[in-house]
Design a protein around this ligand. Structure first.
Ligand SMILES: Nc1ccn([C@@H]2O[C@H](COP(=O)(O)OP(=O)(O)OP(=O)(O)O)[C@@H](O)[C@H]2O)c(=O)n1
Length: 401
């Protein structure tokens, strides 16, 4: 029995078949289905050309028409439907959009990166597997479809993909792949950083992360990744210390910055083209790590991090040579905080002003709120209006003296 995402896509396959075309589920969804994992996007391959696909469905978006990809919207779901294709000339790897449509499913599967990603499945769940991807799934092997050299010249990103799948699936990489990576990793320097970033962060999320980092090291592939060529100690340290998956990109960036002697967080964020959100959270992580180094696990460290960054913080601390803290410990400290955010302070700026009416509105309000916040967190002031009012009046007296 196919899982729900496939079931929901069957009418799309039917529509092709009823008009005399072939259509199959392909790629990651088939792989993950065979692994018994929950599946992400359902992708479809067909021998219908993009214009035919667009004529067969009411709602379509030509998202990558040069690559033969049309987005089909059906019953609230989106499906990437791609016409069977091959890269027409693998030496032209700098132009991945250089494709030719073909009529046979097997030719389409043959141009894909890894055997485990080169399977198709029909609407009944029958698997088409010309490159023994299923066997590699069973034995835990990352192998290219055909020669690794050819596949990696078509798209150099595939070298990094091979390593990231070995991490995510905890699979071994074939010698053929390792040898090709050693020989051709410099081709990665031609790849858009945005594409590298996606694979780089996914590489840290798998249970095989330690092994994957070891591969980056042994094959020298890290030398072709942004900044790592300048900071060899970073990759060496990551390889030695990371034993468990890191699911937060900001934790990865914070770690790299903490381990760098010469490069700042900003350098890493810029080179890997990270979003502002990642930058903000990584900054928070770094500040908290440095406070943690100074004073241990204080309320203030946990408060500054906030609920959402606790796991990322734990992962960073665990991967540096610092005293271990567990996630449970962090949550305990967080739950016991007298306040968990500024909004919970029992007075606001307006009330502060009414406590000291003879001072005009100004920067003192922010300064006082911060002092109140710190005193509450340090356990030196209780978070209720009267107590704060008394303390504020004392501070004012002291300032007047
Ligand atoms: N450089 C690439 C990228 C993708 N593919 C093929 O396109 C499919 C879809 O790629 P993508 O969506 O990037 O990855 P998934 O395999 O679906 O895996 P995930 O969603 O976990 O990233 C892959 O399975 C693979 O068959 C490829 O051959 N070469």
């Amino acid at each position: 029995m196919l899982s729900q995402p496939f079931q929901e896509a069957i009418p799309v396959i039917d529509q092709f078949e009823q008009h005399g075309y072939e259509a199959y589920f392909v790629g990651g969804a088939v792989r993950d289905h065979l692994l018994g994992q929950s599946i992400g996007d359902v992708d479809i391959a067909t021998n219908a050309t993009p214009d035919v696909t667009m004529s067969l469905f009411d709602r379509t978006v030509p998202v990558g028409i040069d690559h033969g990809t049309v987005l089909v919207l059906h019953n609230g779901n989106e499906y990437e439907v791609t016409t069977y294709r091959v890269e027409s000339d693998y030496r032209d790897y700098r132009r991945p959009d250089h494709v030719a449509f073909v009529s046979r499913l097997e030719d389409d599967l043959a141009r894909r990166d890894l055997t485990i990603n080169a399977m198709a499945m029909d609407r009944y769940g029958q698997v088409i597997d010309p490159f023994q991807g299923r066997n590699d799934l069973t034995h835990g092997v990352i192998r290219t479809v055909g020669r690794a050299d050819d596949r990696f010249h078509e798209d150099a990103l595939r070298m990094l993909r091979a390593v990231r799948f070995s991490s995510q699936l905890n699979f071994a990489v074939t010698n053929d792949v390792l040898t090709a990576i050693k020989r051709y990793h410099t081709l990665l320097q031609e790849i858009a950083v945005e594409r590298i970033q996606v694979e780089w962060f996914k590489l840290f999320t798998g249970y095989g992360v330690a092994h994957a980092l070891d591969v980056l090291n042994k094959t020298d592939m890290y030398q072709s990744l942004p900044l790592l060529n300048q900071e060899r100690d970073v990759i060496k340290h990551l390889t030695k210390n990371i034993k468990r998956p890191i699911r937060h990109p900001e934790a990865v960036m914070a770690l790299c910055a903490c381990l760098s002697n010469t490069l700042t967080l900003n350098d890493w964020i810029k080179s890997y083209r990270c979003s502002n959100i990642i930058q903000r959270q990584a900054k928070k992580l770094i500040q908290s790590v440095s406070k943690f180094k100074e004073n241990g696990l204080t309320s203030f460290v946990v408060y500054t991090l906030g609920d959402v960054n606790l796991e990322a913080f734990q992962q960073v601390v665990q991967s540096l040579d610092l005293p271990d803290v567990s996630l449970e410990q962090l949550h305990e400290v967080y739950e016991a905080l007298p306040i968990q955010s500024k909004q919970q302070i029992a007075v606001d700026g307006k009330q502060l002003q009414s406590i000291i009416p003879d001072w005009r509105k100004g920067p003192w309000i922010g300064r006082y709120l911060q002092a109140i916040e710190r005193a509450i967190l340090a356990g030196q002031l209780s978070n209720d209006y009267e107590a704060i009012e008394r303390r504020v009046k004392q501070w004012k007296e002291q300032e007047n003296d």
